[in-house]
Design a protein around this ligand. Structure first.
Ligand code: ADP
Ligand code: TYD
Length: 207
């Protein structure tokens, strides 16, 4: 089973991914958690380039770099783990590209979709949880986060950019309501976790 978590930066995705991982591990499930971009040496190197504030990157170069990091991850980690029957929890996946590079940067949506199809090799999550909060709330959460760092290159894109990204996620939710589950991110961690569990439990029981 492959589950991804989406949301704007600071929405609380990683928190929910970890709560779900703990719950699944207590059930004795074999769980693999990964983050995007990352989880392979190449993808972590590309991540450094993408998030560094030292250089500017054109939107198309950004799209191709995120996609290169993804395809290495799919082939080297996700496909083998799915074959082995593990549960994969991924902090971001291809919907981030649709939302950030497509809606946020305004790249041609057909091109984004085509490159994403190549990068994922057709591998899609069975479930995606979108933790929905607005930019202002996410900013506040990031400011007060433990060990809060300076904003990275993506986080410097500003409020209007993140509003477009959020609209992009909501558009995906409309297009794919079965896979893409919108979760009200304004509530406390446990309430959100319970919502997520109720969906996951049903999927685990499904034949
Ligand atoms: P993301 O992975 O989406 O960037 P995190 O899970 O790292 O977000 O959360 C960002 C910050 O917000 C962290 O300090 C985290 O402890 C806090 N946080 C997460 N979920 C909630 C919540 N439901 N309510 C309040 N704060 C939260
Ligand atoms: P990360 O620190 O993992 O995200 P978060 O702050 O939510 O924990 O940083 C990844 C950044 O890259 C984040 O700003 C989202 C962005 N991103 C894209 O623009 N496109 C993509 O395809 C992916 C995977 C991430």
């Amino acid at each position: 089973m492959f589950i991804s978590f989406e949301g704007i930066d600071g929405s609380g995705k990683s928190t929910q991914l970890n709560l779900l991982r703990e719950w699944l591990e207590q059930l004795g499930r074999n769980v693999i958690t990964i983050r995007e971009p990352g989880a392979t040496l190449l993808s972590e190197s590309i991540r450094e380039i993408l998030l560094s504030t030292k250089q500017s990157i054109t939107p198309t170069a950004e799209l191709l770099l995120f996609s290169a990091a993804r395809t290495q991850l799919v082939e080297r980690v996700i496909e083998p783990a799915l074959t082995a029957g593990s549960i994969i929890l991924c902090d971001r996946y291809v919907d981030s590209t649709t939302a950030y590079q497509g809606f946020g940067r305004g790249l041609n949506m057909d091109q984004v979709a085509e490159i994403s199809r190549i990068a994922t090799r057709g591998v899609m999550p069975e479930l995606t949880f979108f933790i929905d909060v607005r930019y202002e709330q996410a900013q506040q959460r990031m400011q007060f986060a433990e060990g809060a760092a300076e904003p990275d290159r993506m986080e410097r894109a500003g409020g209007e950019f993140f509003n477009r990204v959020r609209d992009g996620y909501l558009a995906i939710a409309e297009a794919e309501p079965k896979r893409f589950v919108v979760i009200d991110g304004y509530r406390d961690r446990d309430a959100i976790h319970r919502d997520i569990l109720s969906v996951v439990e049903k999927r685990l029981q499904a034949p």
